[in-house]
Ligand binder design. Structure first.
Ligand SMILES: [Zn+2]
Length: 447
C-alpha cells in the first residue's frame, strides 16, 4: 500500500519521457515519448519506425524501456500525456497497445496524437479521453487526474496533478511561467497557489532541463519582439525571406504570420510536420492559420509552389519551412541541396527562429545546413528564440508555491538534475532525502 514511483524514461537522457505512479494497487502512466536522436539515426540507416517492433525500438533506446513496469502492467488505469511534443507523446503508438487503459490528454494533445496515428497508419484500441485544460477526470474511485494549464512552447500543455487519498503528486514536466504567451490560455498560477496552501502535495516531478541557467526564462513575447526586429527592423529586407522554427510552436508561427502581413508579403508554409501541428490546431479552432496562409505538406506540391514563387518574385512572399534543426528531410535542407528547386541569392534572408537542441545529430545537421547556406552568400539570422522551460529562478518560485514534501528532477540526465538539488537545498530541502536525483528504471517509495 502507499505510493511508489518508477521513472521509466527521460531521467538518464533528455527525451523519451515516461514515468509511472502506483497508488495502492492502481497505476497511472505519465507520458510516452520518443528519443528523437535515436529515431533519426535509425531512419537514416534506411529503417522505418512504422514497421519497427516495440522491442526493436526499446533495444536502440528510441522509446522508454517499459519492461520495468511488467509487474504493474495489469494495474494500469490510465495513460496521461502532458503535451504534444514527440518526446512526450511519440512512443504512444508503440507502447500504449501494451496496456488496457485509456489515453488522457487535452484536446490539442489528442488531436496531434490522432494525426500521428493517421499519418503512420497505426490503430490504437486504447480509448482517447479528452480533458479540457484546468479540468479533472475521475480515473477510478480513488484517483482523480487534473490537467492544469501551463505555458510552454506549444499549446494546451498541462501539469498533471494525480489526487489520491494520501495527497497529490504533481507531474510538472516541460513548462515555463509566461505572462505573455502570444497564443493560448495563461498559465494557471492560482491553482498552483491553492495546491500549495492546501499543503497536500506529496511530491513534484519537476522540469530541471535549464535548472543551471540563471534568472527567469524570457516570455514568448520576447521572441516575438526579436523576430519583429529582424523581419521589420532591418534596412534591407531582401528578396526571399525564409523563416524556420519548431513545427509545434504555434505562437511563433502566429508572430511570423502577423509580421508577414505587416510587410505585405504572402506567407506560404511548407513542410509535413508544420502541416500536422497547424491542421490539428485549426481543427479544434485554436488557430485559423490555414485561412491566413497556404500550408503545403508534401513534396510534389512544394516543388510546384516554389517554382511559382520564383516566377512571381521571391520578395512577394515569406516562406515558413521545416528545417530548424537542419533535418536532412526538411524543406529548408532540400531547398539548399537542390532536391527542391530554389535559387538562393545574396539578398535572401534565412531566419532561424529556434535554438539548436544540444544533441549530436542536431548540432551536426545544423552545421551542415548553415555551411551550405553560407556558400550561397545568403544572410543568416540565428537564435531568434526563447525557451519553453523554467530557468533557475522559475524553479525557485515553483518550489516555494507548491511546497512539496519531496522533489524529483525530470527532463534531464543525472548531471543536469544536480542544479535543482542546489535550488531545493537553498529552500531548506535535504539532498538525498527529500530532494534526490533519479534514474530510469529505479523504484522510489513516496509514502
Ligand atoms: Zn515540450
Amino acid at each position: 500500500m502507499g505510493i511508489e514511483f518508477i521513472p521509466v524514461g527521460g531521467y538518464n537522457e533528455v527525451g523519451r519521457n515516461m514515468a509511472a505512479l502506483k497508488i495502492d494497487e492502481e497505476v497511472i502512466i505519465l507520458d510516452m515519448g520518443l528519443y528523437m536522436p535515436k529515431i533519426v539515426d535509425f531512419e537514416e540507416e534506411g529503417n522505418n519506425r512504422r514497421t519497427a517492433s516495440r522491442d526493436e525500438l526499446i533495444a536502440i533506446d528510441a522509446i522508454p524501456n517499459d519492461h520495468v513496469l511488467d509487474s504493474w502492467r495489469d494495474k494500469v488505469k490510465a495513460i496521461v500525456i502532458s503535451h504534444c511534443h514527440l518526446d512526450h507523446i511519440g512512443a504512444a503508438p508503440f507502447l500504449a497497445p501494451g496496456y488496457n487503459a485509456p489515453i488522457i490528454g487535452t484536446p490539442y494533445t489528442l488531436e496531434v496524437l490522432k494525426s500521428i496515428l493517421k499519418d503512420d497508419q497505426f490503430q490504437l484500441r486504447n480509448p482517447l479521453k479528452q480533458v479540457n485544460p484546468n479540468s479533472s477526470i475521475q480515473v477510478s474511485r480513488n484517483i482523480k487526474v487534473e490537467l492544469i494549464n501551463m505555458t510552454h512552447s506549444t499549446l494546451q500543455t498541462a501539469l498533471i496533478a494525480v489526487h489520491t487519498k494520501y495527497g497529490t503528486i504533481l507531474y510538472a514536466n516541460d513548462f515555463k511561467f509566461d505572462k505573455n504567451p502570444v497564443l493560448g490560455k495563461p498559465y494557471n498560477i492560482e491553482r498552483l497557489h491553492e495546491l500549495g496552501k492546501e499543503g497536500k502535495v506529496l511530491a513534484t516531478i519537476t522540469d530541471s532541463l535549464y535548472s543551471a541557467t540563471p534568472g527567469k526564462c524570457p516570455s514568448e513575447n520576447v521572441a516575438r519582439e526579436m523576430l519583429k526586429d529582424v523581419m521589420l527592423g532591418i534596412e534591407n529586407q531582401g528578396d526571399a525571406m525564409i523563416v524556420t522554427t519548431f513545427a509545434s510552436n504555434l505562437a511563433r508561427i502566429k508572430s511570423i504570420l502577423d509580421f508577414s502581413e505587416k510587410l505585405g508579403r504572402k506567407p506560404v508554409i511548407l513542410g509535413r510536420s508544420l502541416l500536422r501541428y497547424i491542421t490539428a490546431a485549426d481543427n479544434i479552432n485554436l488557430t485559423d492559420f490555414t485561412k491566413r496562409a497556404e500550408v503545403i505538406g508534401f513534396g510534389q506540391k512544394i516543388k510546384k509552389r516554389l517554382r511559382k514563387i520564383e516566377k512571381e518574385g521571391k520578395d512577394d512572399y515569406i516562406m515558413i519551412t521545416t528545417g530548424s534543426q537542419g533535418e536532412p528531410n526538411s524543406v529548408l535542407s532540400k531547398m539548399t541541396s537542390n532536391i527542391f528547386p530554389f535559387n538562393f541569392g545574396k539578398h535572401d534572408h534565412i531566419i532561424f527562429s529556434c535554438k539548436t537542441i544540444p544533441v549530436e545529430p542536431n548540432i551536426a545537421n545544423r552545421k551542415k545546413l548553415e555551411d551550405k547556406l553560407r556558400k550561397k552568400s545568403v544572410r543568416i539570422f540565428t537564435d531568434i528564440h526563447t525557451s519553453g522551460h523554467m530557468y533557475r529562478e522559475d524553479i525557485h518560485d515553483f518550489i516555494q508555491i507548491l511546497k512539496p514534501e519531496m522533489i524529483f528532477p525530470a527532463q534531464s540526465n543525472h548531471e543536469k538534475q544536480l542544479p535543482l538539488l542546489e535550488i531545493a537545498s537553498e529552500l531548506g530541502y535535504k539532498p538525498g532525502k527529500d530532494v534526490r536525483t533519479i534514474r530510469n528504471g529505479e523504484k522510489v517509495r513516496i509514502i
